[in-house]
Design a protein around this ligand. Sequence first.
Ligand SMILES: Nc1ncnc2c1ncn2[C@@H]1O[C@H](COP(=O)(O)OP(=O)(O)OP(=O)(O)O)[C@@H](O)[C@H]1O
Length: 524
Amino acid sequence: MTTSQFTQSLLAIVTDLSLALPEEERLQRLLRAFKQVFPCDASALLRLQGQTLIPLAVDGLSEDTLGRQFDLDQHPRLAHILLSRAPLRFDADSPLPDPYDGLIASEDTALHVHDCMGVSLHVHGKPWGVLTLDALKVGTFDHINTQELEAFIRLAEATVKTADLIHSLEAQLQHEHQVVQSVLADRSAQPMIGKSPAMASLRREITTVGESDLSVLICGETGVGKELVAQQIHQHSSRANAALVYVNCAALPENLIESELFGHEKGAFSGATQSRAGKFELANGGTLFLDEVGEIPIAAQAKLLRALQSGEIQRIGNDQALSVDVRIIAATNRQLPQEVSAGRFRADLYHRLSVYPIHVPPLRERKRDVLLLAGFFIEQQRRRLGLPAVRLDPHSQTQLLHYHWPGNIRELEHSISRAILKAKNNALATASLLQITADDLGIEQHSDQQSTAAATHISYSSAENIASTNTTTQPINIKLATDDFQRKLITKLLKQYQSNQAQVAQALGMDRSNFYRLKKRLEL
Ligand SMILES: Nc1ncnc2c1ncn2[C@@H]1O[C@H](COP(=O)(O)OP(=O)(O)OP(=O)(O)O)[C@@H](O)[C@H]1O
């Protein structure tokens, strides 16, 4: 090889270093450049993993070589190459078996390797792997220029280091992307409104438990603000600058719960096209919020408990345990002690989660807060929609105060959003003040008595009912009527199945995540 050919090959490798190439391609190009300078029949680049060398790129060897793994204790030649800091050459009559015997991709697969040499590659002072060259003709490597070989080894080390760096940057980027997707929308700026004694005591509890690292179980009806409380606890903790990762246990398909929580490796099951960190890993150093924890199926509860007890998780398809430092906050609108008695929730998991239980009272028990919250949501919407001043007329205020709010604060928020839109539509475009009326709120049909009646006695062959009870000339709004029907049906079934959402979903022939979404939309 002439000096200029040698320089050209070096230049090709140096140029590749600055290119954004996929890892496989980068390593394959390295081998090709190597082969140009040091002619041989086969070359391979193998990476050390534990006590095994894994081929990452091969040239001149049969395809299946890439699927093989070479244990060092089974392949003494490779072990010698790895241990030596200088290039190693084996005599053609070396008694040590050649790992590639029969693998040279020539027409005659029975051909035996005659000349063999290899170099070990080091990154950050540690053995990274080996590069091997094989030839079928004895004496092929007799005239190798050791200085040229040295130069190539250094460049090969720079190449594998670059590939590693890019790989870890990509993994970090993917990890951060997943964290961003899993982290609760930043509610740090969202205040917790309320001046009732119940809210004052809730605030005290948040501050007290926030400063500790204890597991917290937040209980309360749907829409009372459990998620907001979890957010506040995290904000008051020493983990406030780390992630608060959200898992909605009710919306997880049963067969994916384990993978969502603990992650999986590529190929661990059909559909696992990429390795993926689970929520525990994403929350490492921060807080994991297990919303609707009462919905976790019993089989997954055992796995969750094991992770909480050991502080270790295992990705599906990976034997190695990974230590994680995660604070757990869980929330449920179920009566977990009753679930435990009924055998639907593990007692040991319940005790582990509820080291510090917090009860968030329903809105009807903090009536003093209703108008404050209404004012807060009105102002939020007004700003969002760019409206002039908005006020509640006296009758609408009375209604807000007398309604019993089965959907709690979420229901109030939605009622206000709807009412503002109606008030806007009813007002003149030039109006400088919008007034929300009782009609705009549209909550009188759900008065306390009616709601109780709805929960205890429902006639839901109601198409005729609705039609026959509509004695006014007002048109029937089919969407509202359908929502009403669904709301009543679900309320009845929830009662029938003692709030077991999985059973209700099954009774309705829906999967749990769709059922959960429907329930949320209906403000149940
Ligand atoms: N004290 C509060 N001040 C202001 N907004 C609140 C307050 N409490 C709850 N909210 C708002 O009410 C809505 C419902 O609250 P959140 O989602 O926290 O309830 P939840 O109890 O977790 O509901 P679910 O059980 O259905 O998951 C949210 O938009 C939340 O921001």
